[in-house]
Design a protein around this ligand. Structure first.
Ligand code: HEC
Length: 111
């Protein structure tokens, strides 16, 4: 999750003109998110892992299809990041990706 946050930060800097737009760098960041989403993300949450200090809500396991949907949607949306050819398109794609992060956190994270 922390790697995803860092990737989102570097993408936001490029989308907002705070860093030079560089498609190779966009690809690297999008990949970092993709690698941590989908099936890889689901593996991070084996049933019962709330026993460890964690902000993960038990709802993850009672609504596994909802969680799986979020993880897979995130994986899919990273494709829109890679497809962005200029900052405005990146900004739009980034907004959609951030929406997926937020939606899942609202439902499955305790704070
Ligand atoms: C399918 C659900 C889901 C999606 C999608 C998701 N997250 Fe999370 N995220 C969680 C859960 C659950 C936690 C709490 C994990 C814990 O405490 O064990 C979390 C925690 C975090 C944390 C807290 C630090 C940490 O490592 O625990 C950060 C930062 C974070 N997510 C960033 C992101 C970003 C950025 C995205 C989008 C690119 C994203 N997340 C997408 C479910 C999700």
């Amino acid at each position: 999750m922390k790697a995803m946050r860092d990737a989102m930060k570097s993408l936001a800097a490029m989308a907002n003109g705070k860093a030079a737009f560089d498609r190779a760098a966009v690809g690297v960041a999008a990949n970092a998110i993709r690698e941590k989403s989908g099936a890889a993300m689901m593996q991070l949450f084996p049933e019962g892992s709330t026993q460890h200090p964690s902000e993960a809500l038990p709802k993850i396991w009672t609504d596994w299809p909802g969680f799986e949907f979020g993880a897979k949607t995130l994986e899919m949306r990273t494709g829109q990041l890679t497809a962005a050819e200029e900052p405005a398109a990146l900004k739009k794609a980034l907004g959609e990706v951030a929406g997926v992060c937020k939606d899942c956190h609202n439902r499955f994270r305790s704070r």
